[in-house]
Design a protein around this ligand. Sequence first.
Ligand code: G3I
Length: 362
Amino acid sequence: MGVIINCKHLRLFLFLLWAILALSCKDNTVAVQEPEPSSEYTPLRSVAPFPVGVALQSNRLSSGPHSQVVRTVFSSVTAEYEMKMRHLTDPSGNYVWGPTDALVAFAKEYDMQVHGHTLVWHQSTPSWLENFSGTDAEFEDAVEDYITNVVGRYKDDVVSWDVINEAFEDGSGALRNSVFRRRMGPDYIARLFQYARNADPDVLLFYNDYGTIWDAAKRDAMFSMIDDLQTRGIPIDGIGLQMHITYNTPSLNNIVAVMDAIVQRGLLIHISEMDVRVNPQGDLSELTTGRSELQKQRVKDIVMAFMDLPEANQFAITWWGLRDPESWLIDFWGNPEWGLLFDAEYRPKPAYDGFLEALTEN
Ligand code: G3I
């Protein structure tokens, strides 16, 4: 007995057949989707009128999502530790170029600038120099040779260097009693800048520090040094404000006041190591929506303040890491912390949106 099937029944049957086939073919495994930055959100580098940087380690260049997000979102890299003296040389004083060459090659491949961090830092002085057995003059020759070799090697690849990092004591503003201060004398900083300039006439030379916003003695010592260097014609091009801050301190007014003082001296401003702690009191065990929104507003406020500077003084804004779990903040402060723009799953946080809003609403 033939079954009379009219067109309506046929369409319904065919639809049901398609639906069954579609469902049965659906991949039941939940594929872990690597982030597709270009489709999920606007890369900062595509809208920022200045370089936006990130601290990077060479061991993270090969991992898929990490390097993919870095090269898509950012236009500048800073070596988080591998361009420091203790890591650029081995205990015998021989150079170890591999990791930094890899970082420079990565940046060149993805049209990113490289900021050199840092030629001299008391916390990253290698044992071969700390325990140098020669005369003070020979010590200074070794320092000059190091600067000449490192700046010279990356002459065409590194646009800027932190010549010295964190030279002044917290609270007093006194010159730290580092081996450089002890063996080269109180005027050693001027000579470090001169050696770097001699190695590359075009590279931009920075002084980099933290606390120069809330520590008046340290700030005054920094500006006194800058004024002295400028008066003597010692080359200095910019100041790095590390910007390791919290969601509510220091005040925006104090940040703007220091940036204005740098502008008055005709120098570039690099927000050089930005992160925004949301758990300074250790009261959070997870990132709350409220604290995340405060972080977003904080980022927006600071980026807008940076954009209010004369363009000639805007060097770059660099984040001190990509994802929250990778941040130095966690070990250093001993609290759970979510100080960066991306979460553990490489997803942009509201703080990222705050950065974008500052760039696009300005
Ligand atoms: O990755 C190596 C690992 O392979 C090795 O086994 C291990 C033991 O030697 O070291 C690991 O490297 C460590 C690196 O962090 C990555 O975790 C280095 O030892 C360690 O010294 C390095 O610490 C860095 C620190 O500066 C000292 O260089 C931090 O990542 C970095 O965030 C921190 O950054 C400083 C800025 O340069 C200056 N301003 C303050 C800021 C925070 O302290």
